[in-house]
Design a protein around this ligand. Structure first.
Ligand code: DGL
Length: 271
């Protein structure tokens, strides 16, 4: 009995593992850290292989397995797949293959479809997400009676990976991608990629004021808390957590996006 108790305490002190194709999943990690400020965390930015959005389903599954195994090696107690493209293509394989709880991220079509007044919503996501079976299924379930304007955010992830949140090239692409949304008079824009919350200030300048921009970060954080509680592995200590970030490419954009977290360690790691 005592041994089981010690094991649970040890496990609850292990980190939350988070991975994304690159730096974008830090937008999700920030929501998790806001809600669970005492949890240790390890974040993997698979920037060497970004973007995932144009890769084949099989390649996305293979990369997701690689990241999962690294997080398990590093001692993660739960894994957040902070990437819509990886979730929509790989999460069922991951859940079937590993005995660790997973939380995925999917475009927030459901709340947008429930709240729309105009009956028209926009979704900006990668090709890999929009073409996935899971996305099609979610869309058919929750948005069958409304008009959904789908736009592939081609080229956005590489620019964000490069730290270009406000470059002339970024501005041109965003204006182009928002055009069909504005013309269709959508009243909600769903951000279906964890890199895109970093574009909200720019999108706000382009879109009419009444258009609501929705992302899934806060919902993922709530689900992470729920699953930690359900599995009895929420960290009980209230000392400062270890926040570790690894990239298998240049770490400068990761440093830029995590500037306000001076306590975080941000390093290169080959994985
Ligand atoms: N952050 C990933 C997502 O949420 C970006 C995908 C990519 O690398 O193309 O889909």
């Amino acid at each position: 009995m005592r041994a089981v108790f010690i094991l649970v305490v040890m496990k609850s002190n292990c980190p939350i593992g988070v991975f994304d194709s690159g730096v974008g999943g830090t937008s999700i990690w920030k929501e998790i850290h806001r809600l669970l400020p005492y949890e240790h965390s390890i974040y993997l930015a698979d920037s060497k292989y970004a973007p995932y959005g144009n890769k084949s389903h099989d390649k996305i599954v293979q990369l997701s397995i690689k990241n999962t195994e690294k997080l398990i090696d590093l001692g993660a107690k739960i894994i957040v797949v902070a990437c819509n493209t990886a979730t929509t293509n790989a999460i069922s394989t991951l859940r079937a293959s590993y005995d660790i709880p997973f939380i995925g991220i999917e475009p927030a079509i459901k709340p947008a479809a429930l709240q729309t007044q105009s009956g028209k919503i926009g979704i900006l996501a990668t090709r890999g997400t929009l073409s996935s079976a899971l996305f099609t299924q979610t869309s058919e379930t929750f948005a069958k009676d409304i008009e959904v304007v789908e736009v592939v955010g081609e080229g956005l992830v590489p620019l964000i990976e490069n730290g270009e949140l406000d470059s002339p090239e970024m501005n041109v692409l965003l204006s182009e991608y928002m055009k069909p949304m504005i013309e269709a008079q959508v009243d909600h824009l769903v951000l279906g990629c964890s890199h895109y919350p970093y574009l909200i200030p720019k999108l706000r300048e382009i879109l009419p004021e009444h258009v609501k921009i929705i992302d899934s970060g806060a919902a993922v954080a709530r689900q992470t808390k729920f699953l930690l509680e359900k599995n009895g592995i929420l960290r009980s200590e209230t000392t400062a957590p270890e926040l570790k970030f690894y990239s298998n490419s240049d770490v400068s954009t990761l440093k830029l996006l995590l500037n306000e977290y001076q306590e975080a360690s941000i390093e290169y790691l080959d994985f």
